[in-house]
Design a protein around this ligand. Structure first.
Ligand code: GTP
Length: 198
Protein backbone atom coordinates (compact mmCIF):
# COMPACT_ATOMS: atom_id res chain seq x y z
CA UNK A 1 0.00 0.00 0.00
CA UNK A 2 1.20 3.52 -0.68
CA UNK A 3 2.47 5.39 2.40
CA UNK A 4 0.09 7.60 4.30
CA UNK A 5 0.31 11.30 3.81
CA UNK A 6 -1.15 13.98 5.95
CA UNK A 7 -2.70 17.04 4.36
CA UNK A 8 -3.82 20.28 5.92
CA UNK A 9 -7.12 21.73 4.90
CA UNK A 10 -8.59 25.05 6.00
CA UNK A 11 -12.33 25.73 5.91
CA UNK A 12 -13.05 29.43 5.57
CA UNK A 13 -16.08 31.60 5.02
CA UNK A 14 -18.36 34.12 6.63
CA UNK A 15 -19.95 33.41 10.00
CA UNK A 16 -22.95 31.13 9.95
CA UNK A 17 -22.51 29.70 6.45
CA UNK A 18 -22.17 26.18 7.86
CA UNK A 19 -18.43 25.51 8.14
CA UNK A 20 -18.76 23.66 11.42
CA UNK A 21 -21.76 21.66 10.25
CA UNK A 22 -20.07 20.62 7.02
CA UNK A 23 -17.01 19.54 8.93
CA UNK A 24 -19.01 17.60 11.50
CA UNK A 25 -20.88 15.82 8.72
CA UNK A 26 -17.67 14.93 6.95
CA UNK A 27 -15.78 13.74 9.99
CA UNK A 28 -18.49 12.35 12.23
CA UNK A 29 -21.48 11.77 9.95
CA UNK A 30 -23.72 13.81 12.17
CA UNK A 31 -25.98 16.76 11.61
CA UNK A 32 -25.65 19.37 14.30
CA UNK A 33 -28.56 21.78 14.27
CA UNK A 34 -27.00 24.12 16.77
CA UNK A 35 -23.27 23.69 16.88
CA UNK A 36 -21.84 22.55 20.20
CA UNK A 37 -18.15 23.39 20.57
CA UNK A 38 -17.63 20.70 23.22
CA UNK A 39 -17.48 17.83 20.72
CA UNK A 40 -14.77 19.31 18.59
CA UNK A 41 -11.61 17.66 19.68
CA UNK A 42 -11.59 14.46 17.60
CA UNK A 43 -11.68 16.10 14.19
CA UNK A 44 -9.17 14.37 12.04
CA UNK A 45 -10.10 12.00 9.32
CA UNK A 46 -8.45 9.35 7.25
CA UNK A 47 -9.82 8.84 3.77
CA UNK A 48 -8.78 7.01 0.68
CA UNK A 49 -8.45 9.14 -2.43
CA UNK A 50 -7.50 7.44 -5.69
CA UNK A 51 -5.91 4.53 -3.81
CA UNK A 52 -3.97 6.72 -1.40
CA UNK A 53 -4.53 6.79 2.30
CA UNK A 54 -4.72 10.42 3.36
CA UNK A 55 -5.09 11.92 6.79
CA UNK A 56 -6.90 15.22 6.60
CA UNK A 57 -6.28 17.78 9.25
CA UNK A 58 -7.89 21.18 9.19
CA UNK A 59 -5.63 23.99 10.30
CA UNK A 60 -6.37 27.35 11.80
CA UNK A 61 -3.38 29.00 10.25
CA UNK A 62 -3.63 29.81 6.57
CA UNK A 63 0.12 29.50 6.27
CA UNK A 64 -0.05 25.78 7.09
CA UNK A 65 -3.04 25.02 4.91
CA UNK A 66 -2.35 23.16 1.68
CA UNK A 67 -5.93 23.30 0.48
CA UNK A 68 -8.82 25.61 1.21
CA UNK A 69 -12.56 25.10 1.24
CA UNK A 70 -14.09 28.52 0.70
CA UNK A 71 -17.64 28.25 1.95
CA UNK A 72 -20.56 30.57 1.43
CA UNK A 73 -24.27 30.09 1.93
CA UNK A 74 -26.49 30.05 -1.15
CA UNK A 75 -28.93 32.10 0.95
CA UNK A 76 -26.49 35.00 1.37
CA UNK A 77 -24.95 37.02 -1.45
CA UNK A 78 -22.70 38.85 0.99
CA UNK A 79 -21.19 35.54 2.10
CA UNK A 80 -20.22 34.88 -1.53
CA UNK A 81 -18.78 38.36 -1.89
CA UNK A 82 -16.55 37.81 1.14
CA UNK A 83 -14.79 34.93 -0.56
CA UNK A 84 -12.84 37.09 -3.01
CA UNK A 85 -11.01 38.88 -0.25
CA UNK A 86 -10.33 35.58 1.47
CA UNK A 87 -8.84 34.15 -1.69
CA UNK A 88 -6.62 37.19 -2.10
CA UNK A 89 -5.39 36.75 1.45
CA UNK A 90 -4.69 33.07 0.85
CA UNK A 91 -2.71 33.78 -2.31
CA UNK A 92 -0.78 36.51 -0.54
CA UNK A 93 0.00 34.43 2.52
CA UNK A 94 0.84 31.27 0.60
CA UNK A 95 2.60 33.27 -2.11
CA UNK A 96 1.03 30.89 -4.63
CA UNK A 97 -1.51 31.73 -7.32
CA UNK A 98 -2.35 28.06 -7.78
CA UNK A 99 -3.17 27.00 -4.26
CA UNK A 100 -5.84 24.26 -4.21
CA UNK A 101 -9.26 25.79 -3.58
CA UNK A 102 -12.78 24.39 -3.75
CA UNK A 103 -15.71 26.79 -3.63
CA UNK A 104 -18.64 25.50 -1.61
CA UNK A 105 -22.18 26.91 -1.73
CA UNK A 106 -23.68 25.40 1.41
CA UNK A 107 -27.33 25.13 2.52
CA UNK A 108 -28.51 23.80 -0.83
CA UNK A 109 -31.54 22.36 0.98
CA UNK A 110 -32.78 25.95 1.34
CA UNK A 111 -33.48 26.35 -2.37
CA UNK A 112 -36.54 28.49 -1.66
CA UNK A 113 -34.28 31.00 0.12
CA UNK A 114 -31.61 31.02 -2.56
CA UNK A 115 -30.02 34.45 -2.96
CA UNK A 116 -27.00 33.38 -5.02
CA UNK A 117 -27.83 32.15 -8.52
CA UNK A 118 -25.82 29.06 -9.36
CA UNK A 119 -24.49 30.84 -12.47
CA UNK A 120 -23.12 33.66 -10.33
CA UNK A 121 -21.07 31.31 -8.17
CA UNK A 122 -20.01 29.33 -11.20
CA UNK A 123 -18.91 32.58 -12.86
CA UNK A 124 -16.72 33.32 -9.87
CA UNK A 125 -15.20 29.88 -10.01
CA UNK A 126 -14.30 30.47 -13.66
CA UNK A 127 -12.58 33.76 -12.89
CA UNK A 128 -10.55 31.82 -10.33
CA UNK A 129 -9.03 29.58 -12.97
CA UNK A 130 -11.94 27.11 -12.99
CA UNK A 131 -11.82 26.32 -9.30
CA UNK A 132 -14.26 23.49 -8.61
CA UNK A 133 -17.67 24.66 -7.40
CA UNK A 134 -20.03 22.45 -5.42
CA UNK A 135 -23.34 23.08 -3.76
CA UNK A 136 -23.64 21.20 -0.48
CA UNK A 137 -26.09 20.65 2.28
CA UNK A 138 -24.59 19.84 5.63
CA UNK A 139 -28.15 19.20 6.82
CA UNK A 140 -28.86 16.55 4.19
CA UNK A 141 -25.26 15.42 3.87
CA UNK A 142 -25.28 16.29 0.18
CA UNK A 143 -21.90 16.57 -1.59
CA UNK A 144 -20.07 16.69 1.75
CA UNK A 145 -17.55 13.95 1.01
CA UNK A 146 -17.19 15.17 -2.54
CA UNK A 147 -15.83 18.59 -1.59
CA UNK A 148 -13.21 17.19 0.78
CA UNK A 149 -12.19 14.46 -1.64
CA UNK A 150 -11.93 16.85 -4.56
CA UNK A 151 -9.80 19.20 -2.51
CA UNK A 152 -7.64 16.35 -1.30
CA UNK A 153 -7.18 15.20 -4.88
CA UNK A 154 -5.99 18.67 -5.90
CA UNK A 155 -3.53 18.67 -3.01
CA UNK A 156 -2.21 15.24 -3.96
CA UNK A 157 -1.72 16.37 -7.53
CA UNK A 158 0.22 19.39 -6.36
CA UNK A 159 2.13 17.28 -3.86
CA UNK A 160 3.25 14.98 -6.65
CA UNK A 161 4.57 17.97 -8.58
CA UNK A 162 6.19 19.60 -5.52
CA UNK A 163 6.84 16.63 -3.19
CA UNK A 164 7.69 18.67 -0.10
CA UNK A 165 4.01 19.49 0.41
CA UNK A 166 2.76 16.62 2.58
CA UNK A 167 3.52 16.23 6.24
CA UNK A 168 5.09 13.25 7.92
CA UNK A 169 2.23 11.65 9.86
CA UNK A 170 4.54 10.85 12.76
CA UNK A 171 5.34 14.48 13.42
CA UNK A 172 4.41 15.99 16.76
CA UNK A 173 1.55 18.42 16.64
CA UNK A 174 1.80 21.76 18.33
CA UNK A 175 -0.44 24.76 18.87
CA UNK A 176 -3.66 25.07 20.79
CA UNK A 177 -6.37 22.43 20.81
CA UNK A 178 -9.32 22.90 18.55
CA UNK A 179 -11.48 23.80 21.49
CA UNK A 180 -9.12 26.62 22.44
CA UNK A 181 -9.19 27.94 18.92
CA UNK A 182 -12.94 27.84 18.75
CA UNK A 183 -13.20 29.70 22.02
CA UNK A 184 -10.76 32.34 20.77
CA UNK A 185 -13.10 32.87 17.88
CA UNK A 186 -15.77 34.19 20.20
CA UNK A 187 -13.71 37.21 21.18
CA UNK A 188 -12.37 37.72 17.69
CA UNK A 189 -15.71 38.14 15.93
CA UNK A 190 -17.53 35.76 13.59
CA UNK A 191 -16.21 36.91 10.22
CA UNK A 192 -13.76 34.68 8.43
CA UNK A 193 -13.34 32.43 11.42
CA UNK A 194 -11.82 29.18 10.31
CA UNK A 195 -13.15 25.84 11.29
CA UNK A 196 -10.32 23.76 12.64
CA UNK A 197 -10.31 19.99 12.53
CA UNK A 198 -7.65 18.20 14.51
N1 GTP B 1 -30.64 24.50 6.33
C1 GTP B 1 -29.33 24.37 6.56
N2 GTP B 1 -28.78 24.97 7.64
C2 GTP B 1 -27.44 24.81 7.84
C3 GTP B 1 -26.63 24.05 6.98
N3 GTP B 1 -25.37 24.09 7.45
C4 GTP B 1 -25.40 24.83 8.56
N4 GTP B 1 -26.65 25.27 8.81
C5 GTP B 1 -27.10 26.10 9.92
O1 GTP B 1 -26.37 27.31 9.86
C6 GTP B 1 -26.02 27.74 11.17
C7 GTP B 1 -24.54 27.99 11.24
O2 GTP B 1 -23.84 26.76 11.05
P1 GTP B 1 -22.34 26.61 11.50
O3 GTP B 1 -21.82 25.34 10.95
O4 GTP B 1 -22.20 26.87 12.96
O5 GTP B 1 -21.69 27.83 10.71
P2 GTP B 1 -20.18 28.33 10.74
O6 GTP B 1 -19.86 28.73 9.35
O7 GTP B 1 -19.28 27.32 11.38
O8 GTP B 1 -20.33 29.60 11.63
P3 GTP B 1 -19.25 30.28 12.60
O9 GTP B 1 -18.92 29.24 13.65
O10 GTP B 1 -19.96 31.44 13.15
O11 GTP B 1 -18.08 30.68 11.76
C8 GTP B 1 -26.51 26.66 12.13
O12 GTP B 1 -27.73 27.11 12.69
C9 GTP B 1 -26.76 25.46 11.26
O13 GTP B 1 -27.83 24.68 11.73
C10 GTP B 1 -27.25 23.43 5.83
O14 GTP B 1 -26.65 22.75 4.99
N5 GTP B 1 -28.61 23.63 5.69
Amino acid sequence: MRPQREYHIVVLGAGGVGKSCLTAQFVQNVWIESYDPTIEDSYRKQIEVDGRQCILEIELYMKQGQGFLLVFSITSMSSLNELSELREQIIRIKDDEHVPIVIVGNKSDLEEDRAVPRARAFGLSQTWGNAPYYETSARRRANVNEVFVHLCRQIIRKDLQEPSGGVDTTRKRDGPSRGDRKRDKGSGGRRRSPCVIL
